[in-house]
Design a protein around this ligand. Structure first.
Ligand SMILES: [Zn+2]
Length: 249
């Protein structure tokens, strides 16, 4: 068990519990979002994505997923769903324009030639604002059509809202790092050896966002498997699949 600490909401005075490491907290009584250390109002845009399921109806997309595809055991839909928890995960969405210029050597032909290139892209880069929460961010695309201003009244009583463990600044740095890695990967598809690479960024205003994700555990032949389901669309973001014993050998 983690040690909960408590502050009082600067807006309504209600107690706000938070865990060590959390930096930005949202009051569950009035929705006010504040920086824990200072009690100051949070100055960035705070949005949320609406969830469409309850604990009963969420079973439908889970069973659909179990039934679909070729790599799953046929009797998978008979699995027992043992856990389904709705969690509003905190993200920083960083609007960022990244321009990478690189110089490298193309060695696949003889003689090798020097080559220059440029990658110019704009992103709404998503950074999970948690350090130890297991979640496949790479596989997740925020369904932005459903984005509204954060409204605590729309948060279901049974749901859990996680606070941010990252400052906006940390999130921007993380986004830059991840984009640099991606662009280096892309450059390496163009040249065999990189001599020089440089990326310039232009960063817009990051948005703090809570998005509904169902953390699901199901049981198949006495083993437990995890899956993550997007509460806005019902799409399975990632799910563990039992391996099929195909009996070929
Ligand atoms: Zn409050």
């Amino acid at each position: 068990m983690s040690v909960l600490q408590e502050i009082h909401c600067s807006h309504c005075g209600a107690p706000i519990e938070f865990n060590p490491g959390e930096i930005v907290a949202t009051c569950k009584y009035c929705g006010f979002t504040q920086v824990i250390e200072t009690g100051q109002a949070f100055i960035f845009e705070h949005s949320m994505i609406l969830n469409k399921f309850d604990t009963a109806s969420v079973e439908t997309p889970i069973r659909e997923w179990m039934k679909s595809g070729f790599v799953k055991p046929r009797d998978l839909p008979k699995s027992k769903i043992t856990e389904k928890n709705l969690v509003y995960l905190p993200f920083w969405m960083v609007p960022i324009k990244a321009t990478t210029t690189y110089k490298g050597v193309f060695e696949r032909i003889t003689p090798a030639v020097e080559k220059e290139g440029k990658i110019d892209k704009e992103y709404n880069w998503l950074v999970l604002a948690r350090k130890a929460t297991e979640f496949p961010t790479k596989e997740y695309e925020v369904p932005l059509e459903g984005k509204i201003a954060y409204d605590f009244k729309r948060i279901e009583g049974f749901a859990k809202v996680l606070n941010s463990e990252l400052q906006q600044y940390d999130a921007v740095e993380k986004a830059k790092q991840e984009i640099e890695n991606l662009h280096e990967f892309l450059a390496k598809e163009d040249v065999d050896r990189i001599i020089e690479i440089k990326t310039d960024f232009s960063v817009g205003d990051p948005v703090y966002l809570h998005a509904p994700v169902w953390f699901v555990v199901y049981q198949y032949k006495s083993e437990s498997y995890k899956l993550f389901l997007d509460g806005a669309t019902g799409t399975v973001i990632k799910g563990d699949i039992p391996s099929i014993n195909v009996g070929l050998f």
